[in-house]
Design a protein around this ligand. Structure first.
Ligand code: G3P
Length: 217
């Protein structure tokens, strides 16, 4: 499973990228707001830093303006992936940009039927939102499972980009189901290393090494 980092915070991206943990980046208007950055500048900077796709989201909801925005975002760098909403206008933009060779991520996916439509429109990625379904007491992982099964039934190449990931457990579940990609905030990726037995074991080894006077270099 590829790891995308879901943030526009360049320092956080750099830190994880240096560890080889970043296969791509996703942003959205809320993350741009949080970063306090200009979307065009931030997108360019992130694209220069990471090798993988960087999703940058349009803000228009009407087709003409959305297409203009998508084309402009795509012109920032070769690794921009234009993110469009799951609307008919978004799918029209997706089809046009995909046909022209631009990667498109269709976001705000909350049903398997929506994921089928995104694939038909040529999306490179579809983003089902796990956490937001969990928020309304619907199991977000069931959606990932359904889309995986449907895409596999027809050998659909659109990648399932599990989004709205809120915990390290979500990462594990998405990987078990076979999501192609999971995009998560930096903290969730950092949390994946945590286990109380690892810490307890390390504490004991440090203590015993001191008692034994072990010195290696
Ligand atoms: O990738 C989409 C993500 O940014 C949304 O996450 O936690 O706001 O539902 P959340």
């Amino acid at each position: 499973m590829k790891f995308f980092v879901d943030t526009a915070d360049i320092d956080a991206i750099r830190e994880l990228n240096d560890l080889g943990m970043v296969d791509g980046v996703t942003t959205n208007p809320s993350l741009i707001l949080k970063s306090g950055r200009d979307i065009l500048e931030a997108t360019k900077e992130i694209c220069d830093l990471v090798d993988g796709p960087v999703s940058a989201e349009v803000v228009a909801i009407d087709f003409d303006q959305m297409l203009k925005e998508g084309e402009h975002l795509a012109s920032i760098a070769d690794n921009v992936c234009v993110k469009v909403p799951m609307t008919w206008a978004g799918l029209r933009v997706c089809k046009l940009l995909s046909d022209a060779g631009t990667a498109v991520n269709v976001t705000l996916c909350f049903s398997a039927n929506q994921a089928l439509l995104a694939a038909k429109a040529g999306a490179s990625y579809v983003s089902p939102f796990i956490g937001r379904l969990d928020d309304i007491n619907v199991d977000g992982m069931d959606l990932i499972r359904d889309i995986r099964e449907i895409y596999d039934n027809y050998d659909i190449q659109t990648e399932i980009l599990a989004a709205s990931i809120r915990s390290a457990n979500h990462m594990k579940e998405a990987a078990l189901i076979g999501a192609d990609v999971a995009t998560a905030p930096p903290k969730v990726i950092q949390d994946m290393i945590k286990h109380p037995l690892t810490q307890a074991g390390l504490d004991q080894f440090v203590k015993d090494a001191q008692q034994a006077g072990i010195r290696i270099v």
